[in-house]
Write a protein that binds this ligand. Structure first.
Ligand code: SF4
Length: 71
């Protein structure tokens, strides 16, 4: 018998205490679906839009501070 439970897609999460909130963040440029969002320009919080994120994990490899993880 087939399990009809839908599998939950893992999403990217930013550790705000590690992120340096750089306006030149490479993670924002690498995301293929534009899920990385900035609040403001300098010093604004960086967040992942969970509605857009497809869980590809490219951002994990590109963050220079290892602030991004997939959960
Ligand atoms: S996991 Fe992929 S889609 Fe989600 S924020 Fe990271 S780069 Fe974008």
């Amino acid at each position: 018998m087939k399990d009809n439970k839908s599998k939950k897609i893992k999403k990217a999460v930013i550790n705000q205490s590690v992120c340096d909130r750089s306006p030149f963040c490479p993670v924002k440029r690498i995301c293929p679906v534009g899920a990385v969002e900035f609040k403001g320009f300098f010093g604004g919080e960086v967040t992942i839009n969970a509605q857009r994120c497809i869980g590809c994990a490219k951002c994990v490899a590109y963050c220079p501070h290892q602030a991004v993880s997939i959960r």
